[in-house]
Write a protein that binds this ligand. Structure first.
Ligand code: SF4
Length: 471
């Protein structure tokens, strides 16, 4: 698709601002300051999208609440990656029948990846008649216009066209706090891994202009944000659709020129597009965190082919070996799916053996969840769930032992960490992240919040480190 058709025009963005002003005027005429509730499910990309939704609602004059009975507008920003996530949303929609009864003028919106699925939209149209607006991720930038249609027509609105997807620059945003920020660098995915719903609900890959990203990151660094995470379904294929020659490593190197005391993280990566150039650039850039999340998914070459993941075990190991050679302190994490249709016990154990060979710092482990509309959902799947559960438990036991050992090596070290949270736990009231992204529970004064501090690690367990502020 031509670049000019991917970028939302300034005129179209201005139209959305007009709809925002119209909705604000309606609220004013009603003499109300509306309250909105935005509930986010799923990945960091959804967190970033919700911050745009909150930005648009704030521009409409809304303040925010966590109480659905107080809310005049409720937005559920949903995830379709696993069936469990979808069932939770349907549960929440059920409870919202009561809030709508209590406040008939309440507007209920369903958006995000789940809403983009036609079966879901049809089910909501039929059985959840209290839902007023349904729109997918590609229509996010048109939220003001769609909401205005609900206000003006007092009818239900559905917008889930199967679009290529656009890039809308300049959407308002409400960020959480002033320490960490999410910056989307691209949207969509062209990889069509056979188990994954993302390409069907988030459209084709489209990269933001590098200048727009550099300007946003520059602004955040100038405002004193300490950690900036670059987001994309597959950040490693950044730039493939850009007219000028830019790849992800080029973008990282350009960002690294921006002055300030901040760390850059990024997610998610696809091994097929990970390169030595990227790892060399990460090693050279002082702002880029020594952290890499590189989902391997399986240790069996046959299963990787069935997953339509175009790399094999040897290629993955070569990438890891090179990355660790140029970044000895690299913190490496990954994703693994156990119980893929047709997988045998021997193949599942190849994955356990790979995990033991690589020694990941941490692993996100999942039992295969069939997603309607994906090729994997139509594959023969003879192995019972109970058997897959046994394989899964062996994988988790192996990884837990590895994480425990790796975390123990931190004890006694003093590390520069970003103190970024309060836990409410009297024993360990604060939380922090190491440069590599490891979680630290710590004692100390909350005045340390929002900045980097030296922390002496005094203890550890499988999941986290424990320590005390030393400065
Ligand atoms: S690369 Fe990631 S987002 Fe894209 S299809 Fe594969 S698993 Fe899904």
């Amino acid at each position: 698709m031509e670049r000019e058709n991917v970028l939302v025009s300034a005129a179209d963005m201005a139209r959305q601002q007009d709809f925002t002003a119209k909705i604000k005027a309606i609220h004013h005429q009603r003499g109300q300051q509306p309250k909105a509730l935005v509930d986010t499910y799923g990945c960091q990309q959804n967190v970033a999208d919700s911050q745009n939704i909150m930005g648009m609602l704030a521009a409409m004059g809304c303040t925010f609440t966590d109480d659905a009975y107080q809310a005049d507008i409720v937005v559920l920003n949903t995830c379709a990656i696993r069936d469990h996530a979808e069932q939770r949303v349907f549960g929440t929609l059920g409870t919202l029948t009561h809030t709508k009864k209590a406040n008939p003028r309440q507007i209920i919106c369903l958006c995000g990846c789940m809403a983009q699925r036609k079966e879901v939209a049809d089910r909501v149209r039929r059985s959840y008649r209290h839902v007023d607006l349904v729109f997918g991720p590609q229509a996010l930038w048109r939220f003001p216009e769609l909401l205005y249609q609900v206000y003006s027509r007092s009818g239900r609105v559905f917008s889930i066209e199967d679009e290529h997807g656009a890039i809308a620059e300049g959407m308002p945003v409400v960020r959480e706090g002033r320490t960490r920020a999410w910056v989307s660098i691209m949207y969509g995915c062209n990889n069509f891994c056979s188990y994954c719903i993302v390409p069907y609900v988030r459209g084709r890959e489209r990269s933001r202009d590098p200048e727009a990203i550099l300007s946003e990151v520059g602004q955040l660094a100038a405002e004193g944000y300490k950690e900036i995470t670059l987001l994309g379904q597959n950040v490693n294929s950044y730039g493939k659709d850009l007219p000028e020659k830019w790849d992800f490593a080029d973008l990282l190197a350009a960002i690294d020129e921006i002055p300030g005391d901040y760390l850059i993280r990024f997610m998610s990566s696809q091994p097929k597009d990970a390169t030595h150039k990227l790892f060399d650039t990460m090693a050279r850039c002082r702002h880029v965190a020594p952290q890499l999340h590189l989902p391997v998914q399986s240790g069996s070459d046959r299963v990787l082919r069935a997953m339509n993941r175009p790399y094999d075990r040897a290629q993955y190991l070569e990438l890891i070996t090179y990355a660790r050679a140029v970044m000895p302190d690299l913190v490496l994490t990954s994703d693994v799916i156990i119980g893929f249709p047709g997988e045998t016990e021997a193949e599942a154990m190849e994955t356990v053996q790979l995990v033991e060979e690589v020694q990941f710092d941490a692993l996100f482990t999942f039992i295969f969840s069939p997603r309607p509309g994906t090729p994997a959902a139509r594959m023969e799947d003879p192995v019972p769930r109970s058997e897959k559960q046994k394989w899964f438990d062996r994988l988790c036991d192996a990884q837990n032992a590895i994480s425990e050992t790796i975390h123990r090596r931190y004890v006694g070290q003093t590390l520069r960490c970003l103190v970024d949270g309060e836990t409410g736990d009297s024993r360990w009231p604060l939380s922090a992240r190491t440069a590599g992204g490891r979680l630290v529970h710590l004692t100390g004064d909350s005045a340390a919040l929002g900045d980097y501090h030296n922390i002496r690690i005094t203890d550890s367990n499988t999941w986290a480190l424990f320590g005390e502020l030393v400065d």
